[in-house]
Design a binder for this molecule. Structure first.
Ligand code: GLV
Ligand code: MN
Ligand code: MN
Length: 408
């Protein structure tokens, strides 16, 4: 099946007709449909299909027990109203690259795997990269069992409802030990390739990043009858904190975003009792990130105090800086430069502020990423886009990389 046909098959799944964006949250119906699609792609190619103890899906050519496997893939879930490309491009390109290599008659000397990591975006349970974190031992079974969505449904309940056993969650070092290289292809989430005029680039590093929950607790009261001077309104300290986050990030060359908020009781005519805001912050270096978050928290405490509001700040997740494996990165650049018959071809090497399963795995496995040009740089939005000929260039680059790695 061509890249185009696979893409067209996946496109309607989980798409909101109102926004045109995707709502493929972990262990929902849309996610189940995406997973069924993955399995069908694996089986139609005669690949050995399996779901691992953490709900990640794998398709194997050759026997992974032989070790030193080359694995590629990404994720199929999305953020709320996400784009079509973030995640699915890497999975569809993986199958398309395998098809290309079979057409070329490539003979593999290493096992080849294609993976769909579960719950990469963390849109439902608040923690990103749940499938890869569990596998790499960066999230325990107990921590995972405590994850709860906005409707109070726990991760185990959601997994059970989708037919996946939550009791098996946990580290999978044997699986990781069998992987010699992991390469994730991803749509670029910025404009570096568009600006440099290149279709494909190689990742250098991922900024350290994390998520913090800010709970501002005040006093619910009548919006019409409570004098301004008598209010303990947590919305005010939250609003001031949003502005402080912007200032701190700007000063430090970092980013800081409050993109999700929950308000109680959430009535138009009631002063809130609780405003819960989630901060996502990222910076090129750890020290900078620490300083930015500390600055935001300090400002938030001062604002909370001035409004008679209580504040609790909880770090919900954190991913340290990722520097991708230099040897593998250089090998990718060499393969893309030489084996395509263009010695010296410039392959841009890019850093990114976006998180990826590849970043989680990089602590356990030599890992690399390929980026495909995104002409607007927009991501996590229905406007996310990559032109089909750039996607096909990505497939060919991935095929060259897999051929170079798995046929040596
Ligand atoms: C995932 O895409 C993230 O960077 O949050
Ligand atoms: Mn994403
Ligand atoms: Mn992604």
């Amino acid at each position: 099946m061509s890249f185009h046909s696979m893409w067209a098959e996946l496109l309607p799944i989980g798409r909101s007709s109102a926004s045109g964006g995707y709502r493929r949250f972990a262990w929902t119906g849309a996610d189940t449909d995406c997973r069924a699609w993955f399995r069908a792609q694996a089986e139609s190619r005669g690949l050995r299909y399996e779901t691992d103890r953490n709900g990640n899906q794998w398709a194997w050519l050759g026997d992974p027990a032989e070790g030193d496997a080359v694995v590629t893939g990404s994720h199929l879930d999305s953020v709320p109203d996400g784009g079509a490309f973030d995640g699915p491009l890497g999975v569809v390109s993986a199958f398309a690259a395998l098809d290309e290599l079979r057409t070329r008659g490539t003979r593999f000397t290493r096992p080849l795997g294609i993976v769909n990591f579960g719950d990469e975006e963390g849109a439902r349970f608040g923690l990103a990269c749940v499938g890869s974190r569990l596998t790499a031992g960066q999230l325990t079974r107990e921590q995972a069992h405590r994850l709860t969505d906005g409707d109070g449904i726990t991760l185990p309940q959601a997994m059970e409802a989708a037919g996946q056993d939550p009791d098996s969650l946990g580290p999978d070092p044997e699986r990781l030990a069998r992987i010699g290289a992991f390469v994730e292809l991803h749509v670029e989430q910025g404009r570096a390739l568009d600006l440099s005029g290149d279709r494909v680039g190689v990742a250098s590093a991922i900024w350290p990043h994390g998520r913090w929950r800010f709970d501002f607790r005040g006093e619910a009261n009548h919006a019409g009858t409570t004098r301004l001077a008598d209010r303990r309104d947590p919305m005010l300290s939250y609003a001031e904190t949003v502005l402080a986050a912007r200032r701190e990030a700007e000063r430090a060359g970092a980013v800081a975003t409050f993109g999700k908020i929950a308000v109680e009781p959430n009535g138009v005519n009631a002063i809130p009792s609780l405003v819960r805001g989630w901060l996502d912050s990222r910076a090129p270096e750890q020290d900078t990130l620490d300083a930015v978050v500390a600055g935001i928290e300090k400002a938030a405490r001062a604002y909370a105090e001035s409004h008679g509001v209580d504040l609790e700040v909880v770090r919900e997740s954190f991913t340290p800086v990722v520097e991708f494996d230099h040897a593998l990165r250089d090998e990718l650049a060499r393969i893309l430069g030489q084996e395509r018959g263009h010695p010296g071809l410039r392959v841009p090497v890019l850093g990114t502020g976006a998180g990826h399963d590849a970043g989680i795995l990089s602590g356990s496995v030599p890992t690399a990423m390929l980026f495909v040009r995104n002409p607007t740089g927009v991501s996590h939005s229905p406007a996310e886009f990559a032109a089909e000929d750039d996607c096909v260039a990505g497939v060919l680059a991935l095929a060259d990389v897999l051929e170079g790695l798995a046929c040596r």
